[in-house]
Ligand binder design. Structure first.
Ligand code: PAF
Length: 285
């Protein structure tokens, strides 16, 4: 176990992590957990800031989870910079940073599949079959290892958040899921680790996504139909950029149903590909 200057402990094995976070050793201290795939940006740091305010102990994990990447997806191209991440995590007051290897997280061939329900068949789940099976698998393992009181997830991944909330509720997991607002660049582009893979031209174009969502929001406020709103968003992205739309969708949130429910919010979400870089964003209305 390595102790950084800030007092942050970097842990690489599940055995050390569970020993450190043993409930009997915690003295009733609240543990806040921020799971990530690294290449940290302000979005991740805002999760830590909120966790820092609400818990005595803050744990972050950095693990690029192969189980949530399909064949031909960007597992190898996913950006990584563990040294810089370690400095950033220490600078925002993470107490325990868990950075396991793939062998540590998946020591044997995995026999069990966790399948979310129809909530995972829309949006990113429709374009990335099996993606949310992999997310739930690693999230359950991490929850079991960290045993957090509160777990922090960003609303940029609104579908992931809804699926995890459902999973926690249906399986009586003892953590409370905390939703954190999307962090944006000054031009509106949602912060994402994948932004670094955009070319200069794609980076200039990518803010069209948020502008298009804003147009969708004003059309929604003017009581346009769902199909008109979707057309407005898609037309703007297509006419103003080289982005290729994967989906533009309006769904009831968090049930992700096409039938709008009066007791739920409305999610306007889209996924757009710039070259090989797939970006997602949304507005909850
Ligand atoms: O949102 C992410 O970064 C990942 O999907 C998560 C939740 C860390 C699981 O690998």
């Amino acid at each position: 176990m390595e102790i950084e200057n800030s007092g942050m402990i970097v842990v690489k094995t599940t055995a050390k992590l569970t020993a450190l976070l043993d409930r009997n050793q915690r003295d009733g201290k609240q543990v806040g957990f921020v799971p990530t795939m690294g290449y940290l940006h302000e979005g991740h740091l805002s999760l830590v800031n909120q966790a820092r305010q609400e818990n005595e102990i803050v744990v972050m994990s950095i693990f690029v989870n192969p189980a949530q990447f399909g064949p031909g997806e960007d597992l190898d191209a996913y950006p990584r910079d563990v040294d810089n991440d370690t400095k950033l995590a220490a600078s925002v007051g993470v107490d325990i940073l868990f950075i396991p290897s793939v062998e540590e997280m998946y020591p044997q061939r995995s026999e069990t599949v966790i399948k979310p329900g129809p909530i995972a068949n829309v949006l990113c789940g429709a374009s990335r079959p099996g993606h949310f099976d992999g997310v739930l698998k690693v999230v359950l393992k991490l929850f079991n290892l960290v045993d957090p009181d509160h777990s922090y997830f960003g609303l940029k991944d609104a579908q992931q958040l809804a699926i995890i909330e459902t999973f926690v509720r249906e399986f009586n997991l003892r953590t409370t899921i905390v939703r954190v607002q999307t962090c944006r660049e000054s031009d509106g582009l949602a912060k994402s680790s994948r932004n670094v893979n955009l070319t200069l031209i794609q980076r200039e174009e990518a803010p069209v996504i948020y502008k298009a969502l804003q147009l969708g929001l004003s059309a929604y406020k003017k009581k346009n139909s769902n199909s008109t709103i979707k057309k407005i968003v898609a037309n703007y992205i297509e006419s103003e950029s080289s982005g290729v739309i994967d989906y533009v969708q309006l769904l009831s949130y968090p049930s992700l149903s096409t039938e709008m429910k009066t007791d739920e919010d409305v999610l306007l979400a889209c996924a757009v590909k710039f070259g090989n870089v797939r970006l997602i964003d949304n507005i909850i209305m």
